[in-house]
Design a protein around this ligand. Structure first.
Ligand code: HEC
Ligand code: HEC
Length: 259
């Protein structure tokens, strides 16, 4: 049986309606196989150089674009297709926590996308992405110092404990005592995109050496999930792996729970 990719179906449907309009049905071009084998093969790139490329390409396109552009453009220049086929420009949608909605951090969204291109084993991929996100939540960022910044080498840092753009930006702004529209906040997200690139490269290097560590909840979250985990819970269940405290600072203040 011939398999139709979704894309071919859409193309065919388009041709057919165009064909109807002029009174005949054009013969659709149907391919059985996708052009590109997935997942793509990852080849190592240099971390600090890549971080600088992300920093340089952030303006105008934002965090998600900068992260993906850094790694994929280098592979594209060195190895051509498929790396140079990715429509990188579309990734600017991820800025500001998905188009300014303040939801998922675009740098982390881009990091997950990059990992997803190179690893399709669900368990391993999920561990890589959760490790990336947990690393982001627990570490004081940004760390990267660019070559060409007009800001001081050291700028305020914060462990945001959240992958949510609005939360992460707000926590950093409270520490830095500036608003989210301040150029220093933009610099922070720009450097953070570089940090994410370095971490993604570290994870991809571990991946090709078969050294991905399983994802582990922090001790605090493990405690919560001991009672609220989807398998464990007899009571209210939670599907979260992220830090609970940013949204539930004192969940049991007024409930008595036996230890
Ligand atoms: C010893 C078991 C236990 C542990 C540990 C535990 N919980 Fe609970 N949690 C419960 C039970 C039981 C309830 C339901 C209480 C009820 O029926 O109202 C509950 C309720 C909740 C609720 C809903 C209550 C509300 O106020 O709306 C949240 C949110 C919650 N827990 C979050 C957490 C978080 C976050 C942690 C870790 C910091 C945690 N829990 C640790 C047993 C536990
Ligand atoms: C980004 C914010 C956020 C994070 C992080 C988060 N939660 Fe929640 N959680 C919520 C919201 C919002 C609700 C819905 C609360 C409500 O409707 O009362 C909720 C509901 C719950 C409930 C109640 C579910 C029910 O059926 O009523 C539990 C239990 C819970 N969370 C546990 C956790 C645990 C454990 C973690 C960490 C592993 C966690 N949450 C992380 C935002 C969050």
């Amino acid at each position: 049986m011939k398999k139709l990719s979704r894309r071919n179906l859409i193309k065919t449907a388009g041709l057919m309606s165009a064909g109807c309009m002029v009174g005949f049905i054009a013969k659709p071009e149907i391919r059985n196989e996708t052009d590109v084998e997935m997942p793509w093969q990852y080849y190592p790139v240099e971390p600090v150089k890549s971080a600088q490329i992300a920093y340089d390409n952030y303006p105008g396109k934002g965090c998600m674009y900068a992260v993906c552009y850094s790694i994929l453009s280098q592979l594209g220049q060195k190895y051509g297709a498929p790396y140079n086929q990715f429509p990188l420009d579309m990734l600017s949608y991820g800025h500001g926590g998905v188009s300014g909605y303040g939801a998922l951090c675009g740098a982390l969204n881009g990091g997950a996308l990059t990992i997803g291109l190179f690893c399709h084993e669900r368990k391993v991929r999920d561990a890589m992405i959760c490790n990336l996100y947990q690393w982001h939540d627990l570490n004081e960022l940004p760390i990267f110092v660019p070559e060409n910044s007009k800001f001081p080498e050291e700028i305020p840092v914060v462990a945001s404990n959240s992958v949510i753009c609005h939360v992460s930006v707000s926590k950093w702004c409270q520490t830095a005592m500036v608003g989210p529209d301040d150029p220093l906040r933009v610099e922070r997200c720009r450097r953070l995109s570089s940090d994410v690139v370095i971490k993604v490269i570290e994870l991809l290097d571990d991946y090709i050496q078969n050294e991905i560590k399983p994802f582990q909840l922090t001790a605090a979250e493990a405690k919560c999930m001991g009672c609220h985990g989807v398998e464990e819970a007899k009571t209210l269940k939670s599907n979260a792996s992220m830090g609970c405290s940013s949204c539930h600072p004192n969940p049991h203040n007024n409930i008595k729970i036996s230890p």
